[in-house]
Write a protein that binds this ligand. Structure first.
Ligand code: NDP
Length: 600
């Protein structure tokens, strides 16, 4: 694979034309409104198929030190890091029946991580666990979540099958009143929200979706009672059945090959093809990954983050497609995160991108035998327009007689559904089962959707404040008017493709804030001036992504084709630099956010 292939300016012009044409085929006037949340009419899509029975229990009225909302990796890491700081009463509240978050809900056949396990699974140094695969199957990841929760004794106080409905700040004594859908009403001195970015599953608003009489479910609520089998396959219940899949994102790409192994026939309803690169999954040993000394996992994880954040490092320890792509930009334009010359940056970026995407399209042509199908599977957009995917089985599945690709781009997706199946281009595809691999309302938490009401000091409603004045925070974690509330996640902090690493750094930070507040007898609350100063940092270096996203096919990266939301949303210099900044701030400026006495 070489990236130095020259791409002529004519070829670039032609690519730009083609990309625009493909984008225009797909942009819909209803944008993000085209989707339906899985509640109200469609709540049954969101039911928990994995909690065999919900344990009856008395509502709680007690007090804890910290309530952590969400039992995914964010919540577990927050709990673990709090334990390391000596915090005793930590209560994790989780909607699902166990720890795991995304990896609790998503158990579809073929599920794997697409970031290397040895950097994705947190706290490998602390737990002594060494993953068995370069890219772990979902079950190995879920088990690791449980391992961490056990190690840090988070089960004792955890509440499962419980959704927090409101948080209300009480000034006297200073604490949050936490209410849940199980009738709990207890106090917590601190609240950490770790509600994730992929928790609200979404369905396409296809006309007639409610009419379908066949079996149907969302991939994050897989119905093994119907399909038989396990995430490894063996879906014997689908023998002889006609199965449709809507969605060809990272989930669809993993599910389709497994369905193809067992179903009578699989119809893949595609709107935009994913870019599908080499996966090269393999078993690994401790020796392969250098797991022979303390701190090996932390070193590997830092190395990966620095590379994908655009920094130069001596050795690429992970050496996969993510680091290769970052390395490609680095070769064309050293220091690509902070380009001195914007134009040179954009030009180099476009060449690198075109080379990469030409390679991805050539791979489709090499693998898929039928020329018409291959053509439809080629992604015509720039590399980072959509989340890249990796598979050595997806494209190959279209060479099977029992798999049919149904392209829906010309009709902006599936036209309508009937009691028997799905209609595209006037043709009805009769189905026994329809699987929605249509993803989530990315970045929408219960706070944004209104399911979790947060009332801070003086009864100020957080959602109202967000709508009125936009997000305001120090480092993305804490906000004036919402004392002792720490939000883990990406807004106004910095994210990365290796999201668990980001969550861990945030958890370390949150636990340090709590420990410092406890030591000082203080309340954690930034001043408005501290928020203003942080907003200025975000604004100052904010790269202009509009030019890029305006030319992309629609998706959740660009508000379904409308470009990014206005205003600075993330720390502009990448996650690695952000973590360095946090560490320095903890050493020198922590007192900035600790308030002793009345509100500022
Ligand atoms: P996505 O949102 O990425 O994909 C949804 C799919 O549904 C798209 O292909 C979309 O097409 C399609 N779709 C939506 N509406 C319609 C319609 N009306 N007709 C036809 N098709 C439609 O969801 P995923 O579940 O794939 O991924 C969700 C998130 O989870 C992503 O961030 C992903 O990266 C992550 N993930 C990560 C994995 C990992 O290993 N780390 C594994 C799996 C998922 P279109 O593109 O045209 O909108």
């Amino acid at each position: 694979m070489t990236y130095s292939d020259a791409i002529s300016s004519e070829a670039l012009t032609e690519l730009r034309r083609r990309y625009r044409q493909e984008r225009e085929r797909r942009v819909r006037p209803d944008g993000t409104r085209q989707y339906l949340p899985a509640d109200a009419r469609f709540g049954y899509y969101a039911d928990d198929p994995y909690a065999s029975e919900v344990q009856e229990r008395e509502p709680l009225r007690d007090r804890v030190d910290v309530a952590v909302i969400g039992g995914g990796f964010g919540g577990i890491l927050a709990g673990a890091r709090l334990r390391q700081q000596g915090v005793e009463r930590v209560r994790v509240l989780e909607k699902g029946g166990d720890f795991g978050g995304t990896w609790y809900w998503n158990r579809y056949p073929g599920i794997h991580c697409d970031v290397e396990s040895h950097v994705y699974l947190p706290m490998l140094d602390e737990t002594g666990y060494v993953p068995e695969w370069k890219y772990s199957p979902g079950e190995e990841i879920r088990r690791h979540a449980v391992r961490m929760a056990e190690k840090f004794d988070l089960y004792a106080d955890a509440l499962f099958s419980t959704s927090v409905t409101s948080l209300t700040w009480d000034d006297s004594p200073e604490a949050w009143i936490v209410s849940t859908d199980r009738g709990d009403k207890f106090r917590a001195t601190y609240v950490i929200t770790a509600t994730g970015t992929l928790s609200e599953l979404k369905l396409p608003g296809i006309p007639g979706i409610e009419k379908f009489e066949g079996h149907t479910f969302h991939t994050s609520r897989w119905d093994y009672g119907y399909t038989g089998g396990t995430p490894d396959g063996g879906l014997t219940g689908l023998a002889g059945k006609r199965v449709g899949v809507v969605g060809t994102g990272a989930t669809g790409v993993q599910v389709v090959p497994k369905l193809a192994e067992d179903a009578g026939h699989v119809y893949v309803f595609q709107r935009t093809p994913s870019s599908v690169d080499v996966r090269d999954n393999r078993r690994t040993t401790a020796r392969d990954v250098g797991a022979d000394h303390d701190g090996w996992a932390r070193e590997r994880r830092d190395n990966f983050l620095r590379i994908v954040s655009g920094e130069t490092v001596e050795h690429d320890l992970v050496a996969d497609q993510w680091t290769a792509t970052a390395g490609l930009l680095e070769k064309l334009l050293p220091g690509f995160r902070r380009p001195a010359d914007r134009q040179a940056f954009e030009a180099a970026y476009e060449v690198a991108d075109a080379a990469k995407m030409n390679e991805v399209r050539a791979r489709v042509e090499r693998i898929v035998a039928d020329a018409d199908t291959a053509e439809k599977l080629k992604p015509w957009y720039r590399y980072a327009c959509k989340r890249p995917t990796f598979s050595d089985a997806y494209l190959q599945a279209f060479n099977r007689d029992n798999v049919t690709l149904v392209d829906t781009a010309d009709t902006h997706g599936i036209e309508r559904m009937t009691e028997h199946g799905v209609v595209v281009g006037g043709t009805e595809y009769a189905l026994d089962c329809l699987v929605f691999a249509t993803g989530f309302s990315v970045g929408v938490s219960g706070i944004h959707s209104g399911k979790l009401s947060v009332r801070g000091r003086d009864g100020v409603e957080l959602l109202h404040a967000l709508k009125e004045r936009g997000p305001r925070s120090l480092h993305g974690f804490t906000s004036n008017g919402f004392p002792n509330l720490i939000q883990l996640g990406a807004t106004q902090s910095a994210s990365s493709v290796n999201f668990t690493h980001v969550l861990d750094e945030h958890a370390v930070h949150a636990a340090a804030l709590v420990a410092a507040a406890e030591a000082e007898g203080a309340v954690i609350e930034p001043s408005r001036e501290a928020e203003d100063a942080w907003l200025a940092v975000l604004a100052e270096g904010a790269p202009d992504h509009e030019w890029f996203h305006a030319e992309c096919t629609p998706g959740y990266y660009n508000g379904e084709g409308r470009g990014r939301p206005n205003g600075p949303i993330a720390y502009p210099h990448g996650a690695a630099a952000f973590h360095d900044l946090l560490e320095r701030w903890r050493e020198t400026s922590m007192s900035e956010v600790l308030r002793v006495g009345g509100p500022a």
